[in-house]
Design a protein around this ligand. Structure first.
Ligand SMILES: Nc1ncnc2c1ncn2[C@@H]1O[C@H](COP(=O)(O)OP(=O)(O)O)[C@@H](O)[C@H]1O
Ligand SMILES: [Mg+2]
Length: 158
């Protein structure tokens, strides 16, 4: 089984749909590390993941830039973290990052490279890059058994 999947989206809706596919494949504990520059579509993808995890359409999913973490209830619970303005791993530690990971929830971390040392070894690493005004290259990589199973469930993505 390959450990990496690459795809290109051509609109925000496309990226949302990819996220929804990822979300639909999640059924318990998972850590998703999202990286790429501002405007790459990390939050757009997260909105799709939330939808795929069963979070209702009446719930607004936005970057938790000022509150560190947002929590959404769906088929699986989601913790959505934006590490952009965090001072470091200690801050994540202090809000109970380990407990989130151990609670059978989906933990999504935007700007994970800013807190790389606290990200569990086994995570789904997603890197997004601008490839044009409305075009984004998305690379999804599994780094362990758990994330490999998620990636396997996505193998039909194109
Ligand atoms: N293919 C695409 N995928 C995702 N977002 C796109 C795409 N094309 C254009 N966009 C726009 O890029 C922006 C991405 O914003 P956002 O998801 O907040 O990025 P990030 O969280 O990475 O900073 C949105 O304004 C969105 O409408
Ligand atoms: Mg964002």
């Amino acid at each position: 089984m390959t450990d990496e999947h690459r795809l290109t989206t051509h609109s925000p809706a496309d990226t949302h749909a990819v996220g929804a596919r990822i979300g639909a494949s999640l059924c318990g504990r998972a850590c998703i590390a999202l990286d790429g520059p501002l405007g790459a579509g990390k939050t757009q993808l997260t909105k799709g993941i939330a939808k795929g995890c069963g979070v209702g359409p009446d719930v607004t999913v936005n970057s938790p830039t000022f509150v560190i973490v947002n929590e959404y209830a769906g088929r699986v619970r989601i913790f959505h973290i934006d590490a952009y303005r965090l001072s470091g791993c200690e801050e994540l530690d202090a809000i109970g990052f380990d407990e989130m990971l151990e609670s059978d929830s989906v933990v999504i971390v935007e700007w994970s490279d800013r807190v790389a040392s606290i990200i569990p070894d086994d995570h789904l690493a997603i890197r997004m890059e601008h490839a044009g005004d409305t075009i984004r290259d998305i690379r999804i990589r599994a780094t362990g058994e758990r994330s490999r199973r998620i990636l396997g469930a996505l193998s039909g993505l194109s």
